[in-house]
Write a protein that binds this ligand. Structure first.
Ligand code: PLP
Length: 374
């Protein structure tokens, strides 16, 4: 059976060059980066070279990047330390954030009694920018805005420059979850007014279990994990040298091939949407002006088909997603779609199809054929 992977917002396959870099590192550079002998120094060099490579592509300074085990860890750390150590008393966010953000904020709300404001979501899946601007401008206590750049379920894009400018003008901190956009659009962190971003290597054809936090120069967070002196004492634990090397290689390749891959993936998404419209004329796209690799569609299928659609595609070897990966298989509607779809539309199946440069038009044809006989 030919297997078709159209779930690249959940995770991406590794590039061969990334696997090779990781294998080489595992074989040749097993030293503990904290050791002062040549084995340790060689591993340390790989880590610092990787940091510089990532910094170069994102337009920031290497010391502004700290390696973590995941974007989830980076977000937990930043939000917690912002409240605990920087005195943030209010967080402005939205109900369509990833659970790494939402659940962290909920736990901080309970623990520290901070104020949390959720910006309303409009029927096209975007934030109400007017409310957001006002909330930022009128906040009278130490505030942090936490909003994601590209929504992982709908692909709706945040105007990061605009939000960053509002935050900077009002001296409000800005944390942006850029997990879905890092490696897929260019970033110049020197010119984007953002204080914190987070990333995860497995979303840009790198390994799982490694990510990073960007923390703007002069912002001093306190550690979330205590122990050794790794990452300037801010993130203890022996560094996973091969993971970090793999992440840097993946990011470098993502940016080397960015223009070509972006136009190819954009073409694939347009092709898929055209085919869906031809075969299911009542299909609707969830969210407007969405990111080029994510297509979230509401299919005009009966309610009974909703629960089994993923399963039926899966037995045909086709991987797509309903909502985010953590909720796949669950009948519960996604918290993101719930924020802006009508009750009626929530009963129908919505699918997230997410593409990478490894996908082909033929795969999309097979996916449409499979949908026709669901
Ligand atoms: N934020 C977004 C938007 C995501 O899509 C994901 C992954 O699903 C995460 C955060 C969590 O990233 P990680 O897998 O590194 O914990």
């Amino acid at each position: 059976m030919t297997k078709i992977y159209l779930d690249n917002a959940a995770t991406t396959p590794l590039r061969n060059e990334v696997v090779n870099t990781m294998i080489e590192t595992l074989q040749n550079d097993f030293g503990n980066p904290s050791s002062t002998h040549s084995f340790g120094r060689s591993a340390k060099t790989i880590i610092e070279t990787s940091r510089k490579t990532i910094a170069k592509y994102l337009g920031c300074q290497a010391q502004e990047l700290l390696f973590t085990s995941s974007a989830t860890e980076a977000t937990n750390w930043i939000l917690r330390s912002a409240v605990k150590d920087l005195g943030v008393a209010k967080i402005i966010t939205s109900s369509i954030e990833h659970h790494a953000t939402l659940y962290t904020i909920q736990s901080l709300e309970k623990e520290f009694n901070i104020e949390v404001v959720y910006i309303p979501i409009l029927p096209n899946g975007t934030l109400d920018y007017m409310v957001l601007e006002k909330e930022i401008e009128t906040s009278s206590v130490k505030t942090l805005v936490s909003l994601m750049h590209v929504n992982n379920e709908t692909g709706v894009i945040l105007n990061i420059e605009q939000v960053g400018t509002w935050c900077a003008n009002s001296k409000v901190l800005f944390h942006c979850d850029t997990v879905q956009s890092i490696g897929k659009v260019s970033f110049d962190l020197q010119s984007i007014p953002v204080d914190f971003i987070v990333a995860s290597a497995h979303k840009f054809h790198g390994p799982k279990g490694v990510g990073f936090a960007y923390i703007k120069k002069n912002i001093v967070l306190q550690p979330f994990i205590f122990g050794g002196e790794q990452e300037k004492g801010l993130r203890a634990g022996t560094e996973a040298t091969h993971q970090i090397a793999g992440m840097a290689k993946a990011l470098e390749l993502a940016y080397i091939h960015l223009e070509h891959e972006r136009s190819y993936i954009t073409m694939l998404k347009e092709y898929a949407l055209e085919k869906l419209k031809t075969n299911f004329p009542e299909v609707k796209v969830n969210g407007s002006d969405t990111f080029y690799n994510i297509l979230n569609v509401l299919l005009p299928f009966s309610e009974e088909k909703t629960a089994f659609i993923l399963f039926n595609l899966d037995i045909k070897g086709i991987a797509v997603s309903r909502g985010s990966a953590c909720q796949s298989g669950s009948i519960k509607p996604s918290h993101v779609l719930e924020a802006f779809l009508s009750e009626n539309d929530l009963k129908k199946p919505s699918l997230r199809i997410s593409f990478s440069h490894y996908n082909t038009k033929e795969e999309i044809d097979l996916f449409i054929e499979a949908l026709q006989v669901i």
